[in-house]
Design a protein around this ligand. Structure first.
Ligand code: C5J
Length: 227
């Protein structure tokens, strides 16, 4: 397989023309506090099994991606320990008893360096894979993600992770506005809310792919493993 050749990957609303030399896998916020039983997400009353079903497909996709020698990037939502990058509006949103920065079940909630803020062991980044610490929902906001993508000549993104309607959707929209073509494998993204999973994916592919494409990891793995 020539890295410059486009491979047609089945997707909605029409096939995605994958150019592996210019495509990065961007795994959004597969963090312990969102996915693990006993974490912040579960503490808020969410059903983490809705997110945990994405672990196995992400593992398989990441393994194939690494085997093909392609660029994988990971993100983590979180804030500085002194909370200097946490807007008050985000801190108090939800009127919860426990806020970002407070002591949680796995250390201070969504604070960089705390166990709960880190990526789950099943998908832990390799030393050569960039990890983007982001204070917002979108991965481009207040990060060096775009610079890293430019340095690698990336024009396409396969976006996976959690949650479909929040950080995945925000990132795909940000990427689309910056000219990146985004493919979202539906089995590799998850929401605590089944209806948001469905609608979050429909929003991406609606109106001729207004923000991007929706596919399945099996087709992507087939495409990158073919060469
Ligand atoms: C993410 C969130 N990662 N739902 N965060 O989607 O607050």
């Amino acid at each position: 397989m020539s890295l410059a050749t486009a491979i047609e990957v089945p997707a909605q609303p029409y096939p995605f023309e994958l150019r592996t030399a210019h495509c990065a896998l961007l795994i959004i916020d597969m963090q312990r506090d969102f996915l693990e039983p006993g974490g912040f997400g579960e503490m808020l009353g969410n059903d983490v099994s809705q997110l945990r079903r994405t672990i196995a497909p992400n593992r398989a996709l990441l393994a194939a991606w690494r085997k093909a020698g392609l660029l994988a990037i990971h993100t983590r939502e979180g804030h500085r320990p002194d909370l200097s990058d946490l807007p008050q509006s985000k801190k108090v949103r939800g009127r919860s008893q426990t806020c970002i920065g407070d002591a949680g079940p796995m250390g201070r909630i969504l604070i960089r360096g705390e166990p709960g803020q880190d990526i789950i062991p099943e998908l832990y980044p390799l030393a050569n894979e960039p990890v983007i610490d982001k204070p917002g929902k979108g991965a481009f906001y207040a990060t060096d993600l775009q610079l890293i993508l430019q340095q690698h000549g990336i024009t396409q993104l396969v976006v996976t992770g959690v949650t479909t309607e929040v950080c995945v959707n925000s990132t795909v929209r940000e990427a689309n506005d910056r000219g990146y073509e985004c493919l979202v494998p539906e089995d590799c993204v998850g929401s605590y809310f089944p209806q948001f999973q469905t609608m979050g994916l429909q929003m991406i592919q609606a109106q001729g792919g207004i923000f991007g494409w929706v596919g399945h990891s099996s087709h992507l793995i087939g495409a990158i493993s073919a060469g």
